[in-house]
Design a protein around this ligand. Sequence first.
Ligand code: ZN
Length: 166
Amino acid sequence: MRTVLPIVVDGDPALRLVAPPVERDELLSPAFQALVYDMLHTMRSAHGVGLAAPQVAVAKRIFVLDIGRGPLIAINPTIEDAADETTFTEGCLSVPGMVGEVNRFKRLVLRALNLKGKPFVVRCAAQRPIDEYLADAIQHELDHLDGILYIDKVRNLRPVPQPAAA
Ligand code: ZN
């Protein structure tokens, strides 16, 4: 059984820290591996498409995502070659019930470590909505690791009856 972790919301100082990288020894520890699976479980339970560790009050550079193509686990993620700015509509599990427009890049290269500590690369390069949506979600989650919320950058923040959450 996995644990549903409590998700902290805007106003909690845990969301405003710059999270430190995960050390290799820690990455391979059972406690860390359990945390990652609990984060995936928590994200799904909350019907979110993404969740970053600071959202469960854990100051570590890790996020999980699932935009409908299977889970993506990114440890110590970085973004390169971000290009082609556009506007996306976003929500956030830590800002319940709201959405708004944020400027993001449509193309980027994500580099991160997987659960085994192996580097991998995700290229969001194709001119397809699914790639652009993934690029948007990656930028949203990476911001969480630097203490940034989308409401810091948003235009037209507004309530929605059924929030889209990331
Ligand atoms: Zn968020």
